[in-house]
Design a protein around this ligand. Structure first.
Ligand code: HEC
Length: 195
């Protein structure tokens, strides 16, 4: 479960309002709820790496949507939590100051695909050699809206298609990730393996 430590109060209220609405997606279903049976390792991770975060001490305001870099930062660190997956290690995230996380946006974090195979998150800093420094805004838009990377490959889970992002959100995220410090980290994308 991602942690939304920087989600604005207004966004949080919107989520709650939707959860309380009569949206068809929220109708009761006949499907039985699967009882969670976390492994010992998962329980250990919950105690060590995924500890609860402190409750915010002050209200979290809405981002300035007229400043693309500031808005993009909010989207990457607050609303969509991109940085958590795309930095080096969940255990080394800095929840209070995300940009101080180890390997911020430089990828390498270990995740699991649907088939429980290991996949490493890519480097999304503007480094030309190992990140997305040579990408255009349109290449980036394809990732977000079509779930394809620059070379046309379909991106694998747990990267999800963000089809509902508005053009303004995509442009702001793009502007912001162009502004983060370049990190040279050559992540093995394992395109040759069936993950
Ligand atoms: C749950 C973890 C997770 C989250 C959250 C996530 N990503 Fe990803 N992302 C991945 C993984 C894993 C891949 C690699 C998929 C592959 O190799 O097929 C990826 C791929 C990408 C790529 C393609 C890079 C390349 O070189 O091919 C971009 C760009 C990207 N993500 C940006 C984002 C942005 C922006 C967000 C937030 C809106 C985000 N991601 C949220 C895990 C995540």
């Amino acid at each position: 479960m991602p942690k939304f430590a920087h989600l604005s109060d207004e966004d949080l209220r919107s989520v709650i309002s939707w959860l309380r609405s009569d949206d068809p997606q929220l109708q009761a279903s006949e499907e039985p709820t699967i009882k969670p049976e976390p492994s010992l390792f998962t329980k250990f991770l919950c105690l060590v790496a995924f500890k609860p975060i402190p409750y915010p001490k002050a209200p979290i305001p809405e981002p300035d949507t007229t400043n693309p870099v500031a808005y993009g930062k909010y989207l990457v660190t607050g609303r969509y939590d991109c940085y958590a997956c795309h930095s080096a290690d969940f255990a080394k995230l800095n929840m209070e100051e995300p940009e101080k996380s180890l390997g911020y946006c430089g990828g390498g974090n270990t995740m699991l695909t649907m088939n429980a195979n290991v996949i490493y998150t890519p480097n999304i800093t503007p480094d030309e050699k190992t990140g997305i420094g040579n990408w255009t805004e349109d290449d980036f838009r394809k990732v977000m809206h079509e779930s394809k990377n620059k070379s046309g490959k379909a991106l694998r889970y747990p990267m999800l298609p963000y089809t509902a992002l508005t053009d303004q959100e995509v442009a702001a995220i793009w502007q912001y990730i162009r502004s983060v410090p370049k990190l040279c980290n050559d992540v093995d994308r394992q395109w040759d393996k069936d993950l």
